[in-house]
Design a protein around this ligand. Structure first.
Ligand SMILES: Nc1ncnc2c1ncn2[C@@H]1O[C@H](COP(=O)(O)OP(=O)(O)OP(=O)(O)O)[C@@H](O)[C@H]1O
Ligand SMILES: [Mg+2]
Length: 324
């Protein structure tokens, strides 16, 4: 759906992106991750032509972005900026209605859409639509920023570190929201972060960048299990030894509610299985049930394990720091 073909970017004479090639499929949750200054924002902004290319071509639906009317292009690409960027003098509903207004939707259609979107992210329209941004918490403002980008129903959503300004709890809540939202609306999302744990949690595929080049593109599993370079290994914060750590299956149970029938139908492993055994069992299964003394006590899914690995390494030592 979106294709970068030999795309380079120079600022003055300095090249900051070197002949990038990548293809993003429809409905993907595609993550760009990498250290500060590696070119993530530049890559993102080239898609909606906020930044011009120096070389190469970007295609959307097989048509070069140069051949689209720039306004049409931007209306059809939602954009969530890093800083909360609501217009302070406008109400929540006016903020959300900006692109629908530009597209000359009817008043009625706009009002319905605003209410629908607010409801979708858990903000009661009656309570919130007339508020000004400074009458909302940071997390609520960020949610409005996300639905504003969705207002005119774009096919593509660009998100540049949308949650980085939030405290860890609000951040986790919004991450869960966006996963749920994506399952419902099936947009093509390109999401920038420099947080590997966030990348692993959200992404269907992850593109790791370094110094204006792509180091590796792959699913979260591929990146964790088969890092292509030392840089990727370091960035993921995972060393092989962590796979041998003394963690048992029962410490990895996912927190979702137990449904006995579903659990019984899953392949089973013992509560005392090692992390290595757990990973082996998840190689071909999305989730497995955990058995202790003949009783099923819960389940483990792949995402939980991957997140767990990323997080513990993160806390254990600051390997990420050394990459910056
Ligand atoms: N307008 C500009 N003029 C000159 N150089 C720029 C400009 N915008 C970005 N750059 C340079 O291009 C490189 C890539 O910047 P970019 O903003 O894409 O990085 P990033 O990966 O998004 O970093 P961060 O994680 O800090 O947001 C950097 O070296 C930056 O200094
Ligand atoms: Mg950036």
């Amino acid at each position: 759906m979106i294709k970068f073909s030999n795309v380079s970017k120079r600022y003055d004479s300095k090249e900051v992106l070197h002949s990038i090639n990548l293809e993003i499929k429809e409905g993907e949750f595609f993550i760009l991750v990498g250290p500060s200054g590696c070119g993530k924002t530049t890559t993102l902004k080239m898609i909606n032509r906020l930044v011009d290319l120096s070389d190469g071509t970007i295609y959307i639906h097989d048509k070069s972005i140069e051949d689209y009317d720039v306004h049409e292009l931007r209306y059809n690409i939602g954009y969530v900026l890093q800083q909360i960027a609501l217009f302070p003098h406008m109400t929540v509903s006016e903020n959300i209605a900006i692109v629908p207004e530009l597209k000359k939707w009817s008043r009625e259609k706009i009002e319905t859409r605003v209410d629908e979107l607010l409801t979708m992210v858990g903000l009661d329209p009656n309570q919130y639509r007339h508020r000004k941004p400074d009458e909302l918490s940071g997390g609520q403002q960020q949610r409005v920023g996300v639905v504003r980008a969705l207002a005119a129903n774009p096919d593509i959503l660009l998100m540049d570190e949308p949650f980085s300004a939030l405290d860890p709890l609000s951040r986790e809540k919004l991450q869960d929201d966006i996963i749920r939202l994506q399952q419902k609306i099936r947009k093509t999302i390109i999401f920038v972060t420099h947080d590997m744990a966030e990348a692993l949690k959200l992404g269907t595929r992850i593109c790791i960048m370094k110094d204006g080049e792509i180091e590796q593109i792959g699913t979260p599993e591929e990146i964790v299990h088969h890092p292509k370079s030392d840089f990727v290994k370091k960035f993921v914060g995972l060393q092989k030894t962590s796979l041998e750590k003394e963690i048992k299956a029962e410490q990895l149970l996912s927190s979702s509610l137990l449904e006995c029938d579903t659990l019984q139908s899953l392949p089973k492993i013992s509560a005392t299985s090692s992390l290595k055994e757990v990973l082996a069992s998840l190689k071909f299964e999305e989730e497995v049930a955990v058995e202790k003394e003949g009783l099923v006590i819960g389940k483990i899914d792949r995402k939980t394990v991957i997140q767990y690995l990323a997080e513990t390494e993160d806390e254990k030592d600051d390997k990420h720091e050394s990459v910056y």
